[in-house]
Design a protein around this ligand. Structure first.
Ligand SMILES: Cc1cc2nc3c(=O)[nH]c(=O)nc-3n(C[C@H](O)[C@H](O)[C@H](O)COP(=O)(O)OP(=O)(O)OC[C@H]3O[C@@H](n4cnc5c(N)ncnc54)[C@H](O)[C@@H]3O)c2cc1C
Length: 461
């Protein structure tokens, strides 16, 4: 066995544990804080005469406009918090689930803000007896900071529209992300009018202080977790590409060295966002899972050529500086609650499973790996998998390009039952291309694996 293979397959067993309780406690605390602040918002509106507004001309419109404005803005702050990458929140809920919440919460926030603009305009127009265009002109000319907030709303709309599926399909990820960043500008542009013309904040200094404190807390979290923590991490570890090793067709492993790697608090199965100071530049961060358990000598990722940047990474030179942000993800051995485990991987989805092999038990029969690859030349980590097989892991490599249905596929229901007869009694970890992952998760449900025992990592968000 070569030194590299030995180093990469060293097993660090982990006892089966449930997700740490204190994380759940903290997420519950966050839920309570969010709910209490929402109630405060409603109480504030009532205290400032919100219900009395209903009796005035156009009052119902104005009241709806005020409430949608308050809750729409509050929802935007929550969206920012969800994406602030607070380590323990992410560790408990998971990056992909937070991204899904952010996606739907984001659309809901923009709907509320558009409703705010529409209803406030209708309400004020009715109360002043003006036409809608005149009312809009009045807002722009005589109400401080409202023009800025209209520009902010247009930016929020651009962010929402470019995040719809049909638009995402037409845009590159970079273009979509660049537009997405304008949400921060939109938040800044809308802020001033909340304090200068917002009924609830313009005349109540305590309410204003509380509202500003919410902004400070959210932006403080963003600065701490999205900027401060990665900067400190990278100053501490000073990562560089140490060597590049070909694993399969269009697949390379990057061994990344640095200082004090033993202090990196990552687990097998997790991923980082990586930036390389090479052709791909600092500006683009790409998620890659660790393909081996972290150890004091190196971190390892394995990259498949799936696009422009991953193609360039195939030719990356040793010595290139690396900036990593993470670790993220909950696809770890901590999720395991049963003694036996099945790992099901497709294509490059093998990477986190390969790392997990180092932290799962390897008594004969306890771990089965089903690894599907298109051709023999696409099978990665062959030597390392042989080492695990020799230690008792049941490694089954399924080669083939034919995609069948639930009954005929190489990972169809009969095949899963055939390869792992007791699969319903195991924890099952799945990673692979979205179509394969969705199909396998559905089939596991049919076979009777309870959803809480199915863990998966989606290579897209
Ligand atoms: C949690 C996670 C773990 C991953 N782990 C691995 C891994 O271990 N090995 C591996 O080879 N690949 C992994 N991927 C996929 C990998 O991130 C993308 O293949 C890579 O970012 C594509 O970059 P590109 O510029 O070459 O491709 P592009 O030409 O830009 O796009 C190719 C495909 O990759 C998607 N993609 C591009 N950039 C990103 C991004 N920043 N985040 C998410 N998706 C993106 C695009 O939407 C498109 O579907 C992982 C993805 C996720 C979300």
């Amino acid at each position: 066995m070569t030194t590299a293979v030995r180093a990469a397959t060293t097993t660090r067993r982990q006892a089966p544990t449930r997700p740490r309780r204190h994380r759940a406690d903290r997420a519950f605390d966050v839920g309570v804080v969010v709910a209490v602040n929402a109630l405060l918002l409603l109480a504030l509106w009532i205290r400032h005469g919100g219900l009395d507004t209903l009796d005035a001309p156009g009052g119902a419109y104005t009241a709806i406009g005020q409430l949608t404005g308050l809750f729409g803005t509050y929802a935007v702050l929550i969206q920012l918090l969800l994406m602030s990458r607070i380590g323990w929140l992410e560790g408990w809920i998971g990056f992909d689930r937070l991204a899904v919440w952010h996606r739907w919460g984001g659309f809901a926030s923009v709907v509320l803000l558009v409703a705010h603009a529409v209803f406030i305009t209708l309400g004020y127009a009715e109360s002043s007896g003006q036409s809608i265009p005149k009312q809009v002109g009045d807002f722009v000319q005589h109400y401080p900071d409202v023009l800025m907030s209209i520009v902010g709303l247009a930016l929020f709309l651009a962010v929402a529209i470019t995040s719809m599926r049909w638009a995402r399909r037409k845009m590159s990820r970079e273009a979509w992300y660049s537009v997405h960043l304008y949400a921060y500008l939109a938040v800044a542009l809308s802020f001033a009018h909340q304090l200068s013309v917002g009924t609830d904040f313009s005349r109540d200094s305590l309410a204003r202080a509380w509202w500003v404190a919410l902004y400070v807390a959210v932006f403080g979290a963003i600065l701490a977790w999205r900027v401060g923590r990665p900067v400190v991490f990278n100053l501490q570890h000073r990562l560089r590409v140490q060597s590049v090793q070909r694993e399969a067709n269009g697949v390379v492993s990057l061994y990344i060295s640095g200082r004090r790697l033993g202090d990196v608090r990552a687990e097998a199965g997790q991923f980082f966002l990586w930036r390389f100071l090479s052709g791909t530049g600092w500006t683009k961060a790409h998620p890659f899972s660790l393909s081996g358990a972290p150890n004091p000598r190196f971190l390892r990722i394995t990259v498949k050529d799936l696009g422009d940047d991953t193609r360039q990474m195939q030719r990356i030179k040793p010595g290139v500086r690396v900036f990593a942000e993470g670790p993220y993800g909950t696809f770890t051995a901590q999720k395991r609650t049963r003694p036996r485990v099945a790992l099901i991987g497709g294509g490059i989805g093998i990477t986190p499973l390969r790392a997990l092999l180092q932290t799962l038990p390897d008594q004969t029969g306890d771990v089965t790996l089903l690894y599907r690859a298109a051709t023999e030349g696409d099978v990665a980590f062959r030597k390392e998998l042989d080492v695990f097989a020799a230690r008792g892991v049941d490694v089954r490599i399924l080669v083939g390009t034919d995609i069948g249905d639930d009954q005929t596929d190489q990972l169809g229901i009969p095949a899963l039952r055939h390869h792992i007869p007791d699969i319903a009694a195991r924890d099952v970890y799945v990673c692979g291309p979205p179509a394969m992952l969705n199909a396998v998760v559905r089939r596991l449900d049919v076979i009777g694996v309870p959803p809480e025992h199915v863990h998966y990592e989606r290579f897209e968000y």
